[in-house]
Design a protein around this ligand. Structure first.
Ligand code: CA
Length: 232
């Protein structure tokens, strides 16, 4: 899940960002309102977490712009003490929830999951490819009905692949989406995680679902259409 976090207090921002990453989220973190506006309006996110008082554009301006553009991405505003009027304005402008500072990252994670639970019907929250299913809410993965234990990173990687069955995803796309790296760290991180996923998912007797395109990347095999699609 892709989160945009806009917060100008570096200490809070890095804490929240690290906390979300540890929970398996992929985070774009902006420290001012202009960068936040740019990201919010040009990229696609599963949720946006907005501080209100920011250098440049305010959180409320970003929210207003999103809603004016018919962008219904879930938005949580984070408010400082004494900003109760902004909080009310934020909710009026179409924020889905708010969190007063200080807060625990766990609280934010719980709110994010609650929002997705409300906004997505059960069909959208369950990904399935062949006999493999991943529930985005409970984060439970099953192969032929048997539960499979996943770490947060493994879950992110698996669901990233599951969202586009048949499509080859390059190592750099995976590194960026799952680990938030915008560069190649020159390790075999992706390959190591793919191996772990295969051990867990493609067990004996099951059709192997994680395909390799040598030198390019990996894909989730679409069992209804097992040939890789040409698009990258
Ligand atoms: Ca602030």
């Amino acid at each position: 899940m892709n989160i945009l976090l806009v917060e100008d207090e570096t200490e809070i921002g890095s804490l929240v960002s690290d906390g979300l990453v540890a929970e398996g989220f992929s985070v774009d973190y902006c420290e001012d309102g202009d960068a936040g506006m740019e990201h919010a309006t040009t990229k696609s996110y599963d949720a946006v977490v907005l501080d209100i008082m920011l250098p440049g554009k305010s959180g409320l301006e970003i929210l207003k712009k999103l809603r004016e553009g018919q962008n219904n991405v879930p938005v949580i505003i984070i408010t400082a003490r004494g900003e109760s009027e902004d909080r009310i304005e934020g909710l009026n402008l179409g924020a889905d929830d708010y969190l007063p500072k200080p807060f625990f990252v766990e609280e934010l994670v719980a709110r994010l999951r609650a929002i997705w639970r409300r906004s997505s019907d059960s069909g959208m929250s369950l990904l399935s490819v062949g006999t493999l299913t991943a529930n985005m809410m409970s984060r439970e993965v099953k192969r032929s009905g048997t539960s499979v234990e996943m770490t947060p990173k493994e879950f992110s990687l698996l669901t990233f692949l599951m969202r586009s069955p048949g499509r080859v995803l390059t190592r750099s796309q995976i590194l960026e989406q799952v680990w938030g790296y915008h560069f190649d760290p020159g390790t075999n991180l992706v390959d190591v995680y793919i191996r772990r996923l295969r051990t867990k998912i493609d067990t004996d007797g099951e059709i192997p679902l994680i395909g390799t395109l040598r030198g390019v990347g990996y894909r989730m095999v679409d069992p209804d259409n097992p040939e890789p699609s040409k698009e990258g």
